[in-house]
Design a binder for this molecule. Structure first.
Ligand code: AMP
Length: 419
């Protein structure tokens, strides 16, 4: 507790930190909070799970005054992250009586308009914030702190022009706090154009490499689902996230896992916000233990205790891979990241392996039976409607059917494998 106090955290916030049983500050909190509290601009290289919300939240909460208008604005790439950050700030500010309003699309705008009238802190996604600005239901003239949370994601998702419009509507005199898992040229651009002499804080080791086992299987594509099902049935898995590259694949995989008797649900941008919230709370409570997701839906979710990450589809870059595996082996717990690589994934996987810091070991395929993978029927009137209705046409049409593929070692790293 002393270590929190030393950072300049006030009594009321200390009470909450004690209630939440945080014992020591995380690295980003320790390094960022003093600068944040003193009003300096900060760029924090830190990912989900690093404790960055309290790092910027401490500043927002301690420097915001009740009843004096919207003084802090937090921009997030996704609705889930907005919801999660707003909830965390509400919890942290319990004894400060501040009004925190979340603002994101996919839900009715009227409740947000009411909430914005007497809010002091706004957390939201760029699109809906612009919408409110255009309707003049949001006024940013009193903003003293602007937070760009998961700034790299916002850029990746094409929000930079919207973010810039919003920044330009804030007062020039303000504190800027930017958090990002990766620092790209776009982040440098934001820094140069909008920030004042920011302090860089790098939290490199957000994955505990000693606790994280990273492996891959080179699997013929017709056996890929069979391998996934085999591993899920035979390994002691607690909470699992399975990543797919498209909504369609996420639906197909989760439906097939359910058919196979597993407690899986798909979560992706094609579901309503309420549905997504419901799924996340079921995952938290343990009612379901397998979340099949797309990267967009998974971004910024506050999900701890993930024991296994499966890359059913291989991410296209090592950054994306790092974001995915960053959800396991947290807070001293063990974790496993398993990539299922077929011949179609070789190009992407080669890109992932370009990051030499990633120690991904090849493993031998276990002996397993082939399981039929049910696919959506294409066209009208045919068979399995449940799938066909949600086909977003970006999925692979021949998923899991064709191929068999070459299985040589493609990456110049020796195959050790499990005996
Ligand atoms: P964040 O990266 O801010 O989303 O935080 C990730 C998770 O870590 C959240 O569930 C926080 O409640 C939790 N957390 C934040 N700071 C600490 C801390 N100092 N000690 C333990 N847990 C923390």
């Amino acid at each position: 507790m002393e270590r929190f106090k030393k950072l300049g955290i006030g009594e009321q916030l200390m009470k909450v930190i004690t209630e939440m049983k945080f014992e020591v500050p995380s690295e980003i909190q320790e390094k960022a909070i003093p600068s944040v509290l003193s009003g300096k601009d900060v760029i924090g290289k830190a990912a989900t799970g690093s404790g960055k919300t309290l790092a910027f939240g401490a500043g927002i909460i301690q420097n915001t005054k009740k009843g004096e208008g919207i003084q802090a604005l937090v921009l997030t790439p996704t609705r889930e992250l907005a919801e999660q950050v707003a909830q965390a700030l509400r919890r942290f500010s319990k004894h400060y009586n501040l009004r925190i309003q979340e603002v994101y699309g996919g839900v009715s705008i009227n409740g947000q308009i009411d909430g914005l009238r007497n809010a002091e802190v706004v957390v939201g996604t760029p699109g809906r914030i612009l919408d409110h600005l255009e309707r003049r239901t949001l006024n940013l003239q009193k903003v003293k702190v602007l937070v760009l949370d998961e700034a790299d994601r916002m850029v990746d998702m094409g929000f930079l022009p919207d973010v810039e419009k919003i920044i330009n509507m804030c007062p020039k005199e303000r504190q800027n706090l930017l958090f990002s898992a990766t620092i790209s040229s776009d982040i440098e651009y934001i820094k140069k154009k909008y920030m004042k002499n920011p302090q860089y804080i790098l939290v490199e080791s957000y994955i505990d490499a000693s606790k994280l086992k990273q492996i891959y299987y080179d699997v013929p594509s017709h056996m890929k689902f069979s391998l996934l099902a085999f591993l899920l049935k035979n390994e002691t898995v607690k909470k699992v996230m399975i990543f797919c590259n498209t909504r369609t694949n996420a639906d197909i995989i989760s439906d097939n896992l359910v058919r196979f008797g597993l407690r899986a649900v798909a979560i992706h941008g094609g579901l309503t916000q309420n549905k997504r919230n419901m799924i996340i709370s079921k995952f938290h409570s343990g009612e379901i233990n397998i979340l099949v997701c797309t990267d967009v839906a998974a971004r910024g979710l506050d999900i701890n205790d993930v024991s296994h990450i499966y890359n059913y589809d291989i991410p296209k870059t090592s950054n994306e891979y790092i974001h995915r595996i960053g959800r396991t082996a947290r807070a001293g717990k063990e974790g496993e990241a398993i990539s299922l690589v077929t011949n179609r994934d070789y190009d992407s996987f080669r890109k992932v392996l370009q990051d030499e810091s990633l120690k991904i070991e090849p493993w031998e395929l276990p002996r397993m039976e082939q399981i039929a993978l049910y696919l959506p029927q294409r066209g009208r009137g045919g068979g399995n409607r449940r799938f066909g209705e949600r086909d977003d046409s970006r999925g692979r049409r021949d998923f899991g059917r064709r191929g068999g593929g070459s299985r040589g070692s493609q990456w110049g790293r020796g195959s050790r494998g499990r005996r």
